[in-house]
Design a protein around this ligand. Structure first.
Ligand SMILES: C[S@@+](CC[C@H](N)C(=O)[O-])C[C@H]1O[C@@H](n2cnc3c(N)ncnc32)[C@H](O)[C@@H]1O
Ligand SMILES: [Zn+2]
Length: 285
């Protein structure tokens, strides 16, 4: 068996494709003999020997993310994103609505990609993240290459190979998204609105305040993209204190605040807040 979605990947060192006679489900060997072994959990680390100046999510942060997402609290985001992506790729330039080639940037545990693959049966995907702990989960998704990589580097993807890039609360490298997307392909970007989790942020001052990120998305995308649509997703969240703590720890606060500190600030009651995010759809010209 070949490595999943291998045809979407290229060697991060020399940009060559893979030597099919030397590569397998467990090993990728490029035409210039650069070799990458998959970890036991199925992801492949292309960053070996390079390191990155970005701090990957820790095992604790990823465990908190997995517990929180399993509560279904963010299911409205997953549904709305799947709707937006299906709509963005259904009637585009190639006229088809068959399986798609998808990149999920900062895929984390693969929660959103899972929903997308269900909505677009037969699609192939690359789940990219700098956290190997996150990708241990994402690597279990069907037809998905889980790749440890830093999105601020040239992506290990062929030119014009993708129909869809999704990016949920993760960094965005638009010049590279533009290179890897085919003309007519779409980028679906989820960003928090300024009032996202406002009541929770009132209790936990260490949570980042999102400021006007959604407007910045379309302007920062550059001339290769045209804005297609923006959807607002607003939904109530009633959280146990444990779920609220997981929600805090799974984000940037998890890098510098412990779960115990966060729980001590939350009191004993449920937390009522609101999720408010925007899904910006951009079309590759
Ligand atoms: C807020 S989390 C969102 C994860 C996932 N999209 C979700 O919503 O469940 C941001 C993700 O981006 C990843 N990330 C941060 N900086 C990155 C970088 N420079 N390159 C690749 N991934 C990065 C983190 O490891 C983390 O999994
Ligand atoms: Zn190579």
């Amino acid at each position: 068996m070949p490595f999943p979605a291998v045809e979407l990947l290229r060697c991060p060192v020399c940009r060559n494709g893979w030597d099919g006679s030397k590569s397998s489900e467990r090993t990728l060997v490029c035409a210039s003999e650069h070799r990458f072994d998959a970890a036991r959990q199925g992801y492949v680390n292309f960053l070996t020997g390079r390191g990155t100046r970005f701090l990957p999510d820790s095992a604790e942060m990823v465990a908190a993310r997995e517990r929180f997402l399993a509560t279904g609290s963010y299911a409205p985001i997953a549904r709305a994103l799947a709707d937006a992506c299906a709509a963005a790729t259904a009637g585009d330039d190639d006229g088809g609505s068959g399986p798609r080639a998808i990149l999920d940037v900062g895929a984390g545990t693969g929660y959103y990609l899972d929903a997308l693959l269900e909505r677009m049966p037969g699609s192939r995907a690359v789940a990219l993240d700098i956290s190997k702990f996150a990708l241990r989960r994402a690597a279990k998704l069907p037809r998905t290459a889980a790749v440890v990589w830093d999105v601020w580097r040239e992506l290990p993807l062929e030119d014009a190979s993708l129909d869809l890039v999704v990016d949920v609360f993760a960094p965005r490298n638009f010049p590279e998204f533009a290179r890897a997307l085919r003309s007519g392909g779409a980028a679906c970007i989820v960003t928090p609105s300024p009032d996202h989790l406002a009541a929770l942020r009132g209790l936990l001052p260490m949570l980042d305040v999102p400021t006007g990120k959604a407007e910045a998305v379309a302007t920062s995308a550059g001339p290769e993209f045209e804005a297609a649509s923006v959807r607002l997703v607003r939904f109530p969240l009633v959280l146990t204190r444990e779920a609220a703590a997981d929600l805090a720890v799974m984000g940037p606060a998890g890098h510098h605040s412990s779960r115990e500190t966060i729980l001590s600030l939350l009191g004993e009651d449920q937390v009522q807040t609101e999720g408010v995010v925007e899904i910006t759809v951009l079309r590759r010209r």
